[in-house]
Design a protein around this ligand. Structure first.
Ligand code: COA
Length: 706
């Protein structure tokens, strides 16, 4: 039965097993059940010691994140946290040794539960951590107070502010774990517990003294971490974690715990935390496709091939290699494929230089990528990813060719970023096997993969694509086959508004500055300089050749002027900015101002001073309005999918929850009012999305968070 704590006594050890699939999250009832089971073991004359473990694949992956949305006020969360603290204190007061037996993960409240046990024994592949900061909160069950008593302030600060887990061997070295199991975990933990019982030893973490030297060093470390993280709104949880650890260094355990509760209570009701929790679930939801049953057969991908050894092709091959899948990397001739392989080698060398890979690991990965100039061996692969130049004819030709040289069950994927996947399907003559796998550059690093479902993509190919993307360590989002899919379609509207704002009087630096202050890693102009102004221009030319506009309504002419001038961005040392040789720091260029003046004159616009609020309002409203159209037309399955795409594709700040969640935090009514205002001021390309109007009229919300 799920959601229980099993109790049995095995050779004088009370074995308590938390059983709450899938990850033994601590939800309503489970805390109480652990409390009751430990009390029962304490009173059980058959048991001399207690082991607490998790059923299934893991110990405990934290508090049930769904519960946080029930903590609608600081008072409620203070009260809940107070009860949890009291319960953990009762566990710690157990007269019989209490040992946490950790396999899989001990994260968040799972880690705090383990910290309140007297000892911790883990499997060697387990990991422990306090990832709460990634959800915009801090540990709220004593983690900030107990952890540093075991491992000292430096490591506790790091773990609570970056949220990254620690491997079991590292945790043992740091004093967080007491032993690593050499055989069966439950047996080793039991033996450990009985030995402590025989020695009449229990150790309460809360009683471990903090040496004065650690307090002094800790104060310095807190100051240094505060300086490093800064106080931007997206860092509020990390700052709160530092405050809580500082309280642990300066106050007695109980007072420090009260401070932790207060800080937790402030964070859990914050918009940032709601946004981050929304992203956590949206990322997992995006991998689920309604109508695609769990039992849909998937193709086992053992070998792969990539056609096109350019930047994208090389990056995709590296992503496959990282997942242990051997991959052929093909291009038209020796020179082209060698260029691709050289770039792959450079990437590995740089990873080794930065300490991210050992030389051995890099060499092993490289052996998984085999250069090719012919289709030899394609009859043995389970998937081909086409990554040739973004040109319909070229891609159709590639699909026709690979369909001839592969087995009928081979998946045929295209890395197109904009083009019609159904046309590739027709060219292949095997439409059911064709799907889009839109990776983002650099493909070996960026997490997002838009899985583009064509008209005839088979359920099995779709399910295989989602499963495979997760195996590659990516976040798959299933999207419909419209021009630009979700990511680039929305980007077109975002960029158009940035360009029009420039013509109307804002500057490149102003707009980029506002967007980076908002939390984007780079503004719209800096981003184009990185991606290449030529890329966008060629796409516009292709769309124009089909007689279609790129995005409805007026388009600034400036990007095309830059393209004609050969200003492609960083790669030509000039684009929206100028670049000194070898430098990636953009320098404002008066030429852009002149181009903007000229473009404004042509459109009969008098340039004006534009306020920061208008800039932010227009670009984010353009995203939200188009997002509602994408949703309405079924190209995204859920609003959360759009958020996942835009956060992972273009760096929209997670702590704002993506463009759709951000729209909801403003209020859909406010967003609609803005669209209507812009329509009145700037024309009909600002047409309210019908779905936005419908939601506002019906008082509906996009998400059911508070
Ligand atoms: N509360 C509620 N649900 C949780 C959860 C939690 N703390 N942790 C994981 N889940 C759910 C996921 O939503 C997913 O549900 P689904 O199958 O319905 O989509 C399921 O457990 C499996 O999680 P998933 O992330 O898909 O599995 P994984 O094997 O890739 O990763 C973890 C496992 C534990 C590493 C990962 O889920 C994780 O990091 N969890 C959050 C840990 C955390 O932040 N804890 C602190 C909370 S205070």
């Amino acid at each position: 039965m799920p959601g229980v704590v099993h109790y049995e006594v095995i050779q004088r050890v009370a074995m308590l097993t938390i059983d709450n699939p899938p990850v033994n999250a601590l939800g309503d009832g489970i805390w109480e059940a652990i409390d009751a089971a430990v009390a029962r073991a304490g009173a059980d004359s058959e048991a001399d010691a207690i082991v607490l473990k998790g059923a299934g694949n893991t110990f405990v992956a934290g508090a049930d994140i769904h519960l946080f949305s029930k903590l609608t006020t600081s008072e409620l969360s203070m009260e809940r946290s107070r009860r949890t603290h009291a319960m953990l204190r009762r566990l710690e007061d157990s007269a019989k040794p209490l040992v946490a037996a950790i396999h899989g993960h001990a994260l968040g409240a799972g880690m705090e539960l383990a910290l309140a046990c007297h000892y911790r024994v883990a499997t060697t592949d387990a990991s422990v951590g306090q990832p709460e900061v990634l959800l915009g909160i801090i540990p709220g069950a004593g983690g900030t107070q107990r952890l540093l008593r075991l491992c000292g302030p430096d490591l506790a600060l790091r773990m609570c502010t970056d949220g990254k887990p620690l491997s079991a061997p590292r945790a043992l070295e740091a004093g967080i774990l007491d032993a690593i199991a050499s055989g069966d975990l439950a047996q080793d933990a039991s033996a450990f517990a009985l030995a402590r019982a025989a020695a009449h030893e229990t150790r309460r973490t809360r009683d471990i003294p903090i040496p004065p030297s650690a307090s002094i060093a800790g104060a310095d470390a807190c100051r240094a971490v505060r300086e490093k993280i800064g106080n931007a709104p997206g860092n509020a949880a990390a700052c709160a974690a530092v405050d809580a650890i500082e309280a642990a260094l300066t106050l007695p355990f109980d007072d420090g715990s009260v401070r932790e509760r207060e800080l937790f209570a402030e964070r859990v009701v914050s918009v940032e935390s709601k946004a981050l929790r929304h992203m956590f679930f949206a990322e997992r939801e995006a991998a689920k496709t309604p109508g695609l049953p769990k039992e849909t057969p998937v193709i086992d991908i053992r070998r792969a091939a990539v056609v096109g050894a350019g930047t994208m092709g090389g990056g995709i091959a590296m992503a496959y290699a990282a997942a242990g899948i051997p991959v052929l990397l093909k291009d038209v001739d020796e020179e082209a494929v060698e260029r691709g392989m050289a770039s792959v080698r450079r990437n590995y060398e740089s990873a080794v230089a930065r300490g991210r890979l050992t030389p051995d690991a890099a060499a092993r990965l490289l052996t998984l990528i085999t250069p090719a100039t012919s289709y030899d061996g394609f009859d043995t692969v389970d998937i081909v990813v086409e990554a040739v130049f973004e040109d319909m004819k070229l891609k159709q030709q590639a699909f026709a060719e690979v369909a001839r040289v592969t087995r009928p069950e081979c998946v045929l994927a295209s890395n197109t970023s904009t083009l019609d996947v159904d046309q590739f399907a027709r060219a292949s003559g095997r439409p059911g096997q064709v799907v889009g796998h839109h990776f983002f550059s650099p493909a070996n690093v960026m997490k997002l993969v838009e899985v583009v479902r064509g008209k005839q993509t088979s359920p099995s190919v779709l399910a295989t694509s989602v499963r495979l993307a997760r195996r590659l360590g990516k976040i798959p989002v299933v999207v419909g086959n419209c021009f630009g899919f979700v990511a680039n379609r929305m980007l077109a509207y975002y960029l158009r508004e940035a360009h029009l704002l420039l013509e109307e009087g804002a500057s490149v630096e102003q707009i980029d500055g506002i967007m980076t202050a908002f939390g984007m890693p780079v503004g719209p102009f800096g981003m184009q300089d990185i991606a290449g102004i030529d890329v966008g221009a060629r796409i516009r030319q292709y769309v124009a050749s089909l007689g279609r506009p790129h995005a409805e309504g007026p388009q600034s002419e400036i990007p095309d002027r830059l393209f004609e001038m050969g200003r492609f961005g960083q790669k030509t040392s000039a684009g929206w900015y100028r670049y000194e040789p070898g430098s990636r720091r953009g320098i404002a260029d008066p030429l852009i101002h002149e181009l903007a003046e000229r473009a404004a004159q042509k459109r009969g616009i008098t340039r004006r001073t534009i306020g920061d609020d208008e800039v932010l309002g227009r670009v984010t409203t353009a995203l939200a309005n188009e997002g509602m159209n994408v949703l309405d037309q079924g190209f995204a399955l859920r609003p959360g999918d759009i958020d996942v795409v835009y956060c992972h594709g273009f760096g929209f700040p997670r702590w704002r929850g993506g463009p759709m969640f951000f729209a909801e935090t403003l209020g859909l009514g406010t967003v609609l009012a803005r669209v209507e205002e812009y329509q009145a001021r700037f024309g009909d390309h600002w047409e309210p999305a019908p779905l936005l109007q419908k939601y506002v009229a019906e008082g509906r919300r996009l998400f059911d968070t508070d």
